[in-house]
Design a protein around this ligand. Structure first.
Ligand code: NAI
Ligand code: MG
Length: 372
């Protein structure tokens, strides 16, 4: 029997190709694992009305970790009836399978390392080495949303929000509500994870991202909790910044930052910004980490226009596989894999289209495997 059981979730579009590429390097690095395929994504929504079927949920309960490619989601604002008429008739509504997976398995920590590998032609600046910790289960992604707004909710809000409630003057179907919900527990877990990481990997500073001067209740709580947690880590410097200022400062001087921690939405935004500074979507990797399960993935989506072309960069997914090796405790293998990626980037002989080359997804995976 293999040492590990890994759920293998290719999903849609290029998700399939980048996972095939990851398999080439995982086999070469010699991970003693059995890979159990799981179904997720657009096809399952169209066929079954569920993009994250129960059988996949059950599979995830019985594995050590999962590697996930990408899914195609329902286009924002699109009428469900045009896309899947029979489902509309059944009254089913689409919910992101990834957000559901994160909440269902309490994958509360989203870890996104953003490292500029030397000689990557896409580096914004050499030597950037940022790590983003994004809260992964609550905040504006809590999934508590209303459109149209129910009468009773409107009445309560109008009463509580007096005297300033512009929405109280419009019809219930003329506005929408998405709740930003942040808990002390959720905030504490992510901030603590960031500080623990900083301590373990000898990082100097944790920067807390928020907008507490305006979004006083939720972001105020996040910042308050962060300050309490920081007191328990006197060896690590803490500072904080507003999300808007942060995007500016990160571009101006990325070297002033080290570990970043943020509530869900700001973390989503800032991690894309940081990923772009180290090569963009072809390099952005991500770990969704809970107590019992962790799911690793590239941050990019299914890129339908490149699907089936064997063209996109698999490095993001290969780095996600490296994160998975580390999480499983196979740190030696993780390190070898990262070194192999760094070597191929530095040599510059094999480059996918985004790096200015014409190598295929498979070429890149094989070049990395050849260094192992
Ligand atoms: P996307 O990330 O799929 O692709 C946008 C563009 O980025 C591509 O057209 C391509 O130019 C580039 N790109 C993406 N991955 C690349 C790679 N590995 N190498 C080189 N270039 C790469 O975003 P898009 O087009 O907005 O979304 C497509 C679908 O994916 C949508 O249905 C969206 O909702 C979904 N999506 C899913 C995610 C997930 O599964 N985690 C995350 C983001 C989007
Ligand atoms: Mg994102």
């Amino acid at each position: 029997m293999a040492k590990y059981r890994i759920a293998w979730l290719p999903g849609d579009g290029i998700g399939i190709e980048v996972l095939n590429a990851a398999k080439i390097v995982l086999d070469k690095v010699g991970l003693d694992a059995e890979y159990a395929p799981g179904e997720i994504g657009w096809d399952y929504w169209c066929k079954e009305g569920d993009a994250f079927p129960q059988r996949t949920v059950d599979l995830l309960k019985k594995v050590d970790a999962a590697l996930f490619g990408a899914i195609t989601s329902k286009p924002a604002g699109a009428a469900e009836k045009e896309l899947a008429p029979t489902l509309q008739a059944k009254g089913l509504t689409y919910r992101s399978p990834i957000v559901r997976m994160r909440q269902m398995f309490d994958l509360c920590i989203c870890l996104r390392p953003c490292k500029a590998y030397p000689a990557n032609p896409l580096n914004y600046k050499e030597d950037i080495d940022l790590v983003v910790f994004r809260e992964n289960t609550e905040d504006l992604y809590a999934g508590v949303e209303f459109t149209p707004v129910p009468q009773e909710l409107s009445e309560i809000l109008t009463r509580l929000a007096k005297p300033f409630a512009p929405f109280s003057k419009v019809a219930l179907d003329q506005y929408a509500i998405s709740c930003k919900i942040n808990t002390r527990l959720g905030s504490e877990r992510i901030v603590r994870a960031a500080f623990d990481f900083a301590r373990k990997f000898n990082r100097k500073k944790v920067t807390v991202i928020h907008k507490a001067n305006v979004v006083r209740a939720t972001d105020g709580l996040f910042l308050e909790v962060a300050r309490e947690v920081a007191k328990q880590y006197p060896d690590i410097q803490m500072d904080d910044a507003n999300i808007d200022a942060m995007t500016m400062w990160l571009l101006k001087n990325p070297f002033n930052y080290d570990v970043l921690v943020a509530p869900n939405l700001y973390g989503d935004i800032v991690s894309d910004l940081c990923a772009q500074m180290v090569g963009g979507l072809g390099f952005g990797c991500s770990g969704n980490i809970g107590q019992k399960l962790a799911v690793f993935e590239p941050t990019h989506g299914s890129a339908p226009k490149y699907a089936g072309m064997n063209k996109v960069n698999p490095i993001a997914t290969i780095l996600a596989a490296k994160m998975m090796l580390d999480w499983l405790g196979e740190t030696q293998k993780g390190q070898s894999l990262e070194q192999a990626v760094a070597l191929v980037i530095k040599e510059g002989k094999v480059r996918t289209y985004d790096m200015g080359g014409s190598s295929t997804t498979t070429d890149m995976a094989q070049a990395i495997a050849a260094k192992l």
